[in-house]
Design a protein around this ligand. Sequence first.
Ligand SMILES: [Mg+2]
Length: 175
Amino acid sequence: MPVKTILLDLDGVITNFHLAALQQHGRPELYDQWPINAYDIAGTLGITESEFWKALDTFDFWAHMPKTPHADDIVQACLDTGCEVYFCTSAAWGMSASGKEYWMRTNYPKIGHIMTRHKHLLAREDRVLFDDWEVNVKKFETAGGNAVLVPAVHNCLRSSNPWVTVINSLRALGL
Ligand SMILES: [Mg+2]
């Protein structure tokens, strides 16, 4: 079945959450040397989860998050396929939901979005998810969808180019 819908993760694919979070904690120098597969940012920084998230719980942090270097190119490549394109992002606490809403409306006003932590519930064989977290990719595939791991500083593909990965994956899907 041909893919008709593209779901784009926000944090780590379109927004540079990792860098923004390290900046907010005064440790931006760690970005380029981040240990691979260290998704536990708080633990890696040596602070508690609540200390980590408390510092990020402002509207401005989420509303003015920097884009990743390839964000515009990735979005355009997806739109060029003619598929429906949606952002698919988790935001279940504090100021993140309203800040992300503002961010998406400001930066990509024509693209709709789905906010959920449970992305695998959206999995279907005519949908593809692009995400920087291997857990999300595996769960989406197991649930019957197509999913692509997008290179990021904190995952196993860190030396690959995110835009090239997306383009090649779209081609492999026949898009
Ligand atoms: Mg992500």
